[in-house]
Design a protein around this ligand. Structure first.
Ligand code: 0X9
Ligand code: ZN
Length: 446
């Protein structure tokens, strides 16, 4: 008891108190540093960045937005979608005056959705980092946090030990900043070779964080929840690449949460990065659907496949040529199943077959959660895209079904779900992916 302490034990007590205080101070400091990486990294705090919603009506106003987007690389417009008149744009404080003047000059209707992004970005970052303090490495609890590229790689590398007969991790190449790009093959372990393949990629766009989470959730469903999903692996192998744009994705964790493109410098020293989803070598380079301007979010690069990340994904696809029955690219956001083509308003010959697969996914989701997906060709449902991964998978690799899945919006910009949204988003999306895979397997038996 404290009252009965002798001078010696008093001394010991105060020394141990001292260390207890010091260690809790150190721990506190460490946690604070971890949660406030502003100090450690070039973390962009988005102070006084505002989010506006514009009302765009008709082709004339759409073209106006396209023009502004070209002329003002700092005005971060979300791509205007066909049939949607509301459009979000993120504006830095130093641009606010000019932006508002422009809107007023053209009598465009708008409202402010978010006055200052900083506290929200900070709160999300803190939420995620604090959740991860309690998750032991290299374990990944998909539903409890978002993970960095290296954490995801460590997790992939840990799987062969747990599932020696059922998984294989293969590195197909490197990103521009020399990050290893890894691909996981999952089988049922029966040793049968050359089964048809379902290839799923994620994180072609850096800021779409639900995409890698979804890829990881699919992996966990096929491995840890094998009992419920055996038939999906009976005659098919699954190949999953959770992070394609590794540099961009890492950059969203360390620097700028809303980065989209890759991180390789361009011919313009002020503008970094290429849109991997405009860099693929099938009908590459149309001005409708991509841009030759390095400052635009849909910059297609100087040449098709001039980005190492695109080369790697291309090589993964070509590796499975002849076996690729379903190519699925995970993006966010919008609740769409997007089919070829993106580059033209024509429809592929097998369009209706692909539509049946999308239809199976949409029905399964609506029955399970009432979630509503639109589906059809990218060109019609969303907007023209050229040089995207799904057109290449279909046009060059001859994937039987090629699709981009735009997962649901969440968070305040759509790309930025709170950790607490992950479970709802991935469980609903899995219902769709599972139903589409089952439909592919049913329609195209091995
Ligand atoms: O514009 C894109 O690249 C995709 N939308 S996003 O909001 N995630 O950026 C849509 C691309 C759809 N095209 C195909 N991959 N077919
Ligand atoms: Zn995307």
């Amino acid at each position: 008891m404290r009252l009965a302490l002798t001078p010696v034990s008093l001394l010991a007590q105060s020394i141990s108190d001292f260390w207890a205080i010091m260690s809790s101070l150190l721990l506190g400091l460490l946690t604070l540093l971890l949660l406030q990486p502003v100090v450690l990294f070039a973390w962009q705090d988005y102070k006084d960045y505002k989010l506006y919603e514009l009302k765009i009506e008709g082709a004339e106003e759409q073209n106006l937005v396209r023009k502004w987007s070209k002329e003002n690389p700092l005005w971060d417009f979300h791509e205007p979608k066909r049939n949607e008149s509301l459009l979000n744009v993120m504006i830095p404080p130093e641009e606010a005056k000019r932006f508002l003047e422009t809107l007023r000059n053209y009598h465009l209707e708008y409202k402010v959705l978010i006055e200052d992004l900083a506290p929200l970005v900070h709160a999300q970052r803190t939420e995620n980092l604090s959740k991860k303090l309690f998750i032991p490495w290299p374990h990944i609890d998909v539903l409890s946090a978002f993970y960095t590229h290296s954490e995801i790689n460590d997790y992939l590398d840990s799987l062969p030990e747990r599932f020696p007969k059922r998984v294989q991790v293969k590195q197909f190449g490197w990103s521009y900043e020399r990050r290893p790009l890894k691909v996981l093959t999952i089988t049922n372990g029966d040793g049968r070779r050359n089964k048809p393949v379902i290839l799923i990629d994620g994180t072609v766009h850096a800021r779409e964080w639900i995409s890698p989470s979804m890829a990881l959730y699919i992996i966990q469903q096929l491995l840890d929840n094998y009992g419920d999903n055996q038939e999906l692996l009976q005659d098919y192998d699954w190949v999953i690449m959770p992070v394609v744009n590794a540099d961009g994705y890492e950059y969203t964790h360390t620097d700028s949460r809303y980065w989209r493109k890759s991180r390789r410098p361009t011919s313009n020293p002020d503008c970094i990065g290429t849109d991997i989803n405009r860099n693929f070598g099938y009908e590459w380079g149309h001005d409708e659907g991509s841009s030759s301007d390095p400052c635009e979010p849909i910059y297609r690069g100087e040449r098709p496949f001039d980005q190492p990340e695109s080369q790697v994904l291309r090589d993964v696809m070509l590796h499975y040529k002849g076996r690729l029955n379903f190519y699925l690219s995970l993006h966010s956001y919008g609740n769409y199943f997007l089919l070829p083509w993106g580059y033209t308003s024509d429809f592929p010959d097998t369009y209706q077959d692909m539509m049946s697969v999308a239809d199976a996914g949409a029905k399964a989701i609506i029955y399970s959660t009432n979630g509503i997906y639109s589906y059809g060709s990218t060109y019609y449902v969303l907007y023209p895209t050229s040089g995207d991964t799904a057109d290449f998978a279909f046009g060059v690799v001859n994937a039987t079904v090629a699709m981009t899945m735009e997962l649901p919006a969440a968070g305040f910009q759509g790309f930025d779900p709170w950790v607490s949204h992950i479970e709802r988003l991935v469980t609903e999306s899995w219902v769709g992916v599972r139903a589409m895979a089952a439909e592919v397997i049913r329609r195209y038996p091995a």
